[in-house]
Design a protein around this ligand. Structure first.
Ligand code: NAP
Length: 325
């Protein structure tokens, strides 16, 4: 099969709302030394994509470009087939089915993306479809928090129904923790199926008044605060936040709580995306981890996908199909 000279991609050249994206024809990228080119079959639209498109939080622009974005194509999760390799590549060859993350340069909202051979990619486990493997973003952020759990730890996950929350419930169980998931009424059964030992409906019960103590309280949806959850923490317990809080206050509070030394606040930043993807390959292969998927959109409707994700109501992951097969 020959590779076309041009591809479709969702492109942006300035920060802004979803309507900033336009579908363009652009040259198919050539894989440089040490890179592979992947024909993308499936990708996602995540809260990371929507925040990066808007240039929020502002300090993140130090990495993404102060006044204008340095990259022009978003998309962090990728699953597809290797269709060309650059010089020096030994780990992959055309025809290999791969999945993973492009955490720094994004680029998966396009029909082809080039990724470093040594990047956050792995072979797609046998029997898994491309669209079942675009699970990296939520798991990456979740693992930054759940990796601190030990067997028997008591953990409460607030917002167990988003991309991060559904991954966090599963990863916390895999670490041997006892998990309480706080979700809305429509997600109670989902949280149970993901392995939560106990589920609480935030629409009928105020979990901050539980009168119990936890080793970890994880705000996986950015809707509560360290002040509200501190009474739930054991003295050495930690409140972990996915969001920076009003006026980025969680960063200052993190430092202050570290000085106090107990019932601390943490804003864990994920590391080692390659390690995470390799771990996911094993977990997906034997069914110990699965993506929870919401709507799917064709690339042509990616603006609608961004609008839906920004609404903050998705269940798990929103996918973008690049191909129909
Ligand atoms: N640190 C980072 O760089 C980073 C990266 C990505 C995302 N984030 C942040 O992480 C958070 C989660 O993102 P996500 O993609 O996993 O999920 P998301 O799309 O923000 O989560 C949506 C889910 O949250 C539930 N929800 C809404 N309001 C809730 C409430 N008050 N209490 C409990 N659950 C509620 C919704 O279900 P119901 O409608 O049924 O309640 C829905 O299933 C966001 O705040 C996002 O900004 C941070």
């Amino acid at each position: 099969m020959t590779t076309p000279s041009h591809m479709k991609a969702a492109v942006f050249h300035r920060y802004g709302p979803p309507e900033t994206l336009t579908l363009c024809d652009m040259p198919v990228p050539q894989p440089a030394q040490g890179k592979i080119r992947v024909k993308v079959h499936a990708t996602t639209v995540t809260r990371t994509d929507t925040a990066t498109l808007r240039g929020h939080p502002f300090f993140a622009r130090v990495a993404t470009g102060l006044t204008r974005p340095k990259m022009s194509i978003l998309g962090m999760d990728v699953a597809g087939v290797v269709d060309a390799v650059g010089g020096g590549v030994t780990a992959y060859e055309p025809g290999d089915r791969v999945f993973g993350l492009s955490p720094d340069r994004f680029g998966a909202h396009a029909e082809y993306v080039c990724l470093p051979e040594g990047g956050a990619i792995a072979r797609l486990p046998d029997g898994l479809r491309y669209d079942e493997a675009v699970v990296g973003e939520g798991a990456w952020y979740a693992s930054a928090t759940t990796d601190r759990l030990n067997t028997g730890d008591r953990c409460l996950i607030y917002g167990g129904s988003g991309a991060i929350g559904t991954a966090a419930v599963q990863l916390a169980k895999l670490r041997g923790a006892e998990v309480t998931a706080v979700v809305g009424h429509r997600h109670l059964e989902l949280a149970r199926q993901l392995g939560a030992d106990r589920v609480i409906d935030y629409q009928v019960q105020d979990f901050t008044k539980l009168g119990e103590r936890f080793d970890l309280v994880f705000d996986a949806v950015g809707k509560t605060s360290w002040f509200a959850c501190r009474p739930l923490l054991k003295p050495q317990g930690i409140f972990a936040a996915t969001d920076l809080g009003p006026y980025w206050s969680n960063l200052g509070l993190e430092a202050w709580s570290a000085v106090r030394g107990h019932r601390r606040l943490g804003v864990p930043f994920p590391k080692d995306p390659r390690g995470l993807v390799q771990t996911l390959a094993g977990l997906l292969a034997d069914g110990r981890f699965r993506g929870v998927f919401d709507r799917r959109y064709p690339l042509a409707d990616i603006v609608a996908a961004f609008q839906y994700v920004e609404a903050g109501q998705k269940t798990g992951i929103v996918r973008v199909d690049m191909r129909s097969d």
